[in-house]
Design a binder for this molecule. Sequence first.
Ligand code: G3P
Ligand code: CA
Length: 360
Amino acid sequence: MFKSLPSQKKLLLSLLITSSAAGFAHAEKIVVAHRGASGYLPEHSMEAKSMAYAMDVDYIEQDVVMSKDNFLVVLHDHYLDRVTNVAEVYPDRKRKDGRYYAIDFTLAEIKTLKMTEAFNLKNGKKTAVYAQRFPIWKSDFKVHTLEEEIEMIQGLNTSTGKNIGIYPEVKAPWFHRNEGKDISVAVLKVLKKYGYTEKTDLVYFQSFDADELKRVKYELLPKFSMDIRLVQLMAETSWGETMQYIDGKPEAYNYDWMFKPGAMKIIAEYADGVGPWHPMVVAPESEKDKLVFTSLVKEAHQAGMQVHPYTFRLDEGKIPEYAQDFEELLDIFYNKADVDGVFTDFPDRAVDFLEAQKSS
Ligand code: G3P
Ligand code: CA
């Protein structure tokens, strides 16, 4: 998914810092396994999470949606049809828009489904989103709950002596609310149950929804006597990542303010970090010998926040042309742009990159 970049281009590029040496690596940098080791095994499968764990990442990501019977399930979309055989098993359960919503199925029903590497449906034919990745429909993967994943990670922390963190994202709080469900409350209760309550605990709570994140910060965390780290994800308005119901009609939340001068200071009032799309940090017009850095990292650091851009992929066409390979891309982000961590589908490569850097 290569997203276009119109509005922040207009707004943020006015603040460009053009540099070939924007910074020197300082604090500990982190690797976040994006949907697990999703470059190698189906995204958000327990197997992809175990593999990421074995790669010694710092954090493993969970995208979270709710089932009809209020279980938190680990899926990127609030639909089931991009990664499961729901259309074959429950052909009559799609909504008018043709989609199969996780929230219309009980956990028991979801558990009957076969999960696979992500696919596209074109002319009735399913084709893998990433042709070189784990083949679609092979082996036997299942959707699991947030609690099951946390127990697996915490169990491994016990059995290996390592201490790997979690990085849950509440998906589409606006959608869940419209369906009568409070996903943030549900996720916070699970985090508290498993001992993630303080800023020093190894958890980042992330959301694209600024109003929801402020609600978490000012209303829900105090209510549950919690104080965990929050990350504001950044999107383009045109993606429709966050919607608002105005007079009953859904409208895309306008992200433009996040790319204006002073935005990082505003976000820092309620969040501990930001998660920008990577072209919001290194502008897409960058060339090999002329990297163009936006002011985002500098302003976020000045405001006391961490920066964890997404998503770093090795697949064909996913490495920007200004980088000659994946490791150079990591060098540009970790060292020149000075980000504090990256979300990547290929976490072993980022772990190896940071390790090699430490020992050189
Ligand atoms: O949450 C960081 C990154 O995962 C955001 O993109 O769409 O993969 O959730 P997405
Ligand atoms: Ca995510």
